[in-house]
Design a protein around this ligand. Structure first.
Ligand SMILES: [Zn+2]
Length: 388
C-alpha cells in the first residue's frame, strides 16, 4: 500500500488504557498490523459477563488480571510484538510510560478517567485517541494537543451533566438520599446499611459503581464488602457494550492510530468528532472547535484563570462555585501548597485579592490555577465570561 511503512510501525509504541470491549479490539488490530510495542493497563479482573464482547479473554481467564491475560493473548496473535501489561489504575502509572509512548488510546468506560487521561495527554503533548461506546452508538475523538479540540473544550455539550455536577454538594447528602437513589435503580438497602456506607465515604451510586475494596483505608467487614459487590453487580452496566459496535469504533481508532504513527505518510487525521449510529449505519463528523478558554488546553492554560469571588466567603463556597463554573466535581483548594479547610473564609485562610489558588481534582492531571479577583473587578469578558 502506498505510504505504508511497516518498519515505522514496528518501531512504534502505543499505550492502550483499558482492556474492555474497545481496548481488546483495538489492541488486537494493532498487534495484527505489527505495531512493535503495546502497553496495556487495566486494574479489573476478567468476569464471565466480559466474554460476550472482549475477544482476548476465554472461560479459563475468569478471575485473572485483565491486563495480563490480554497481553498473553496478544503475544500469541503476534509473537513479534512486545506487550507490556500493567494491572493498575492509569493514574497510578508513572509519567515515563506515557512519555515513551507515541500515541495514547483511551478505551475507558467512565468519564472521570477519560477526563484525567485527556488532561494528562495535553500536559505531555501526546496525541490521544478517545473512543466511547454506548449501546448502538459510539464516537471517536482525536486530540492533537495544541492543534485540535481536547475532550474538555466542548465539555458543556459532550460530557454528561452528572459527571460535571458538584460532588461537594453531595457531601451534604444524608444516608436516606442514597437509599432513595438506589430505589430508583430498583435496589433496596436499609437506612442502617446506608449509614454504614456513609461511614466509608460511599455516598452515591457512582461511588458504589467504582468501589474498589483495596483502595479503602478503613477497616471494612466481609458483610459490607459482599453487600457492595452485590449492589455493584446489579446496578446497570457502566456503559452498555455490544461487540459489533465496539469492533467498529475500535477499528476507526486503530486506523487513525496507524495514520498518526506514519506522520503525514498516510494523510492527515480527521479533526472532527466521529459519531457512529449503529441503528442506521450512519457515520457523521461533527465539527468541534477548540475553546481558547478551555481549562485543559486553552491559551490561558499557563496563566491563572481570573475567578471572581468574595474573600469573606468560605472555602466550601469557593469549591461549589468552582465545581459549577468549571465542571470539575471534586475540587480541593490548595494555597501555598496546603489544602484549605472547608469552614475557613478565604480571609481567615490568609488569601488576598490577586493571589493564586490551585484547584486539584481527580479529573485533571495537574492542578488548575485560579486568581481570585474582586466581584466588581474587570468586565464580564475578562473574568466570569472566560468561564464555561
Ligand atoms: Zn481543550
Amino acid at each position: 500500500m502506498e505510504g505504508w511503512d511497516q518498519e515505522k510501525l514496528f518501531s512504534s509504541r502505543v499505550f492502550v488504557a483499558g482492556a474492555g470491549a474497545l481496548g481488546c479490539e483495538v489492541a488486537k488490530d494493532l498487534a495484527m498490523m505489527g505495531v512493535g510495542r503495546l502497553i496495556i493497563a487495566d486494574y479489573d479482573k476478567v468476569e464471565l459477563s466480559n466474554l460476550s464482547r472482549q475477544l482476548l479473554f476465554r472461560d479459563s481467564d475468569i478471575g485473572r488480571e485483565k491486563a495480563e491475560a490480554a497481553a498473553e493473548r496478544l503475544r500469541e496473535l503476534n509473537p513479534h510484538v512486545e506487550v507490556e501489561s500493567h494491572d493498575k489504575d492509569i493514574r497510578e502509572l508513572g509519567e515515563d510510560v506515557y512519555r515513551s509512548s507515541d500515541v495514547l488510546l483511551s478505551c475507558l468506560d467512565n468519564w472521570a478517567s477519560r477526563r484525567w487521561f485527556n488532561s494528562m495527554a495535553v500536559s505531555l503533548e501526546k496525541p490521544l485517541i478517545d473512543g466511547g461506546i454506548n449501546g448502538f452508538y459510539g464516537n471517536v475523538q482525536i486530540v492533537i494537543p495544541g492543534k485540535t479540540a481536547c475532550l474538555e473544550c466542548q465539555s458543556a455539550l459532550l460530557i454528561p451533566k452528572e459527571e460535571r455536577a458538584a460532588e461537594c454538594t453531595l457531601r451534604k447528602r444524608r444516608p436516606a438520599d442514597l437509599v432513595e437513589e438506589l430505589r430508583l435503580h430498583g435496589l433496596s438497602i436499609t437506612l442502617r446499611e446506608a449509614e454504614e456506607l456513609f461511614d466509608l465515604n460511599i455516598k452515591t451510586v457512582y461511588d458504589i459503581k467504582y468501589f474498589r475494596p483495596e483502595k479503602l483505608t478503613e477497616r471494612i467487614s466481609q458483610e459490607v464488602i459482599a453487600m457492595l459487590n452485590s449492589l455493584k453487580e446489579r446496578i446497570a452496566p457502566r456503559m452498555p457494550a455490544i461487540q459489533s459496535v465496539a469492533a467498529t469504533i475500535a477499528g476507526i481508532m486503530a486506523t487513525h492510530t496507524i495514520q498518526i504513527l506514519h506522520g503525514d505518510g498516510l494523510g492527515p487525521v480527521p479533526t472532527s468528532l466521529i459519531v457512529y449510529d449503529g441503528y442506521h449505519s450512519r457515520l457523521s463528523k461533527v465539527k468541534i472547535g477548540r475553546d481558547q478558554m478551555c481549562i485543559v488546553c486553552g491559551e490561558s492554560e499557563k496563566e491563572p484563570i481570573p475567578f471572581r469571588f468574595r474573600l469573606s466567603s468560605t472555602v466550601y463556597e469557593l469549591k461549589e462555585a468552582v465545581a459549577t463554573k468549571l465542571g470539575v466535581p471534586d475540587p480541593e483548594v490548595l494555597y501555598i501548597s496546603r489544602r484549605l479547610d472547608d469552614l475557613l473564609t478565604l480571609t481567615e485562610a490568609g488569601v488576598s485579592y490577586g493571589e493564586t489558588l490551585y484547584i486539584s481534582t481527580s479529573r485533571l492531571y495537574e492542578p488548575l490555577a485560579i486568581r481570585i479577583v474582586r466581584m466588581d473587578e474587570g468586565s464580564d469578558e475578562e473574568t466570569s465570561g472566560r468561564l464555561p
